[in-house]
Design a protein around this ligand. Structure first.
Ligand code: SF4
Length: 475
């Protein structure tokens, strides 16, 4: 399930970093995602680390792992789930023959093999608000992938509609305890939900109950489309969902995001300020109820909703455990909080003057300006300029830093440099989520292109405030 606002496209591989790590397991036990077809049986070893337990066991690149300790391997999750701290017995297919190989590991030791990963399952919906349908043509093909895959929901926090899930999928989820999962709920009325998802009828409550009764914890999101699932419909949705706590551990309310590329798509509009404020009033009422009853706010507005309503970011404690920060819920407050904590670790004065540029989108501009001016007051010799970049790639209503294209960033920085001829910044910092793991923007620009064309050393901010301020990382 592709999501709709600032911090969501990164989950499709546009960018990889996340400000917080979730508590659920990641595929990090010596495995790396490559590529594997769904219909093929087992999973192929793509690489073996020299000197690793996998090599010692006699496993080779190209071996197809069919079973682990007697359990059929459907995908990488089976290996992650069944691999014991001391290893496992694999049934392996090599050159058309099968053999059994014992992998022995010490507790905490990585097996040292890279496995073919899972092809993403495509979604069955035609959501009226799908962000992917609103992308301009000509971007690289992975950006147009529409996923609906419980495995990616478990591993990476991608949101699912649960449309098209079959009994086998549910059973795997229960057997492997794939919890928590992230669900795009939107509305509990099946007809309205069906209309939003572009299918006939889309009941959600039975599916949520089935997962919760099977012991799976869920986090839900509601993407608000004005005139469809806001107002009284939203209130009823929340009323239907509140009794599902604690199985439904949190619920986020996210305003619909629209780009300028909606040709041949249903006519939708953004929320206006009054609607955003009314929605926040509804959220606040339910938060109060849930706090009194269960000791948690449970439901949270996305940062974008607060910004649209013109309401100040709530304090750190408002977000409790930040259960949906990767969905743009509390990300700004979390950033401010991290910056304030970092202040105490900074020197009063830099050894030599340092000017840096921060690049962001319109949403975070005011918050970053405020942080920048506090840093500059705190550290003598430090100068920070914040540049708000207009998004011409997707449209001006898209103000999230994570959705900026490289060309737009370059144009804004180049304009800044020309306006301030003679002021040469020591470094330029980009938002954490606007690049993928290869340093590439949505529009295929690379971070190195920005550095080369502007002549300013350019970095993706990695939440190391001290390094950025003092220049240690930029040296
Ligand atoms: S059509 Fe709907 S479910 Fe499918 S990717 Fe788009 S928003 Fe997600």
């Amino acid at each position: 399930m592709t999501q709709l606002v600032a911090y969501q496209l990164p989950k499709l591989g546009v960018a990889g970093s996340s400000p917080v790590s979730r508590s659920h397991p990641r595929p990090s036990r010596g495995f790396l995602i490559m590529s594997e077809k769904l219909e093929e049986r087992g999973i192929v070893i793509q690489a073996i680390t020299p000197g690793s337990p996998a090599e010692d066991a006699g496993l080779r690149v190209g071996d197809r792992l069919l079973r682990i300790d007697g359990h059929e391997i459907e995908d990488m999750l089976d290996v992650l789930f069944h691999l014991e701290p001391d290893g496992a017995e694999f049934e392996v297919e090599r050159n058309g023959a099968t053999e059994v190989i014992e992998l022995v590991t010490s507790p905490g030791e990585k097996p040292g093999m890279e496995l073919g990963a899972m092809d993403m399952r495509a979604c069955h919906c035609k959501c009226t608000f799908c962000f992917i349908d609103q992308l301009p043509k000509g971007l690289r093909s992975p950006l147009y992938l529409k996923d609906e895959d419980y495995r990616f929901s478990f591993l990476f926090g991608n949101y699912l509609t649960l449309v098209g899930m079959n009994s086998h999928d549910y059973q795997r989820i229960f057997d492997m305890r794939l919890s928590p999962l992230y669900v795009s709920i939107h509305v509990t009325d099946p007809v309205i939900r069906g209309r939003l998802l572009g299918i006939k009828n889309a009941p959600i409550l039975p599916n949520l109950n089935r997962l919760i009764e099977g012991g799976i914890q869920l986090h839900g999101q509601i993407v608000l489309v004005p005139g469809e699932n806001d107002g009284a419909v939203l209130e009823q949705t929340i009323r239907d969902l509140a009794p599902l706590y604690p199985g439904l551990a949190s619920l986020s309310v996210v305003p619909v995001g629209l780009t300028e590329h909606r040709q041949d798509l249903p006519s939708l509009r953004l929320m206006n300020k009054t609607e955003a404020q009314e929605t926040l009033d509804t959220v606040k009422d339910f938060q109060q109820e849930m706090l009194e009853k269960n000791g948690t706010r449970w439901i949270y507005p996305a940062d974008e909703l607060l910004l649209q309503a013109g309401i100040e970011m709530p304090p750190d404690e408002y977000y409790e455990e930040y259960p949906q920060i990767e969905n743009g819920v509390g990300l700004l407050r979390w950033t401010i909080h991290q910056a304030e904590e970092a202040m105490s670790m900074l020197p009063d004065q830099l050894e030599s003057e340092r000017r840096i540029l921060w690049v962001t989108g319109g949403s975070a501009y005011a918050a970053l300006q405020s942080i920048a001016s506090k840093f500059c007051q705190r550290v003598r010799g430090l100068y920070i300029d914040v540049i708000s970049v207009e998004n011409h790639l997707l449209g001006q209503s898209v103000t999230a830093a994570g959705l900026l294209g490289g060309l737009d960033v370059y144009a804004a920085v180049d304009g800044w440099l020309k306006d301030r001829a003679g002021q040469k910044p020591a470094a330029l910092y980009l938002p954490p989520d606007c690049l993928n793991s290869d340093g590439m923007f949505l529009d295929d620009w690379m971070i190195k292109d920005i550095a080369a064309k502007t002549g300013v050393p350019s970095f993706q901010f990695d939440h190391d405030w001290k390094a950025m301020i003092t220049g240690r990382a930029a040296a």
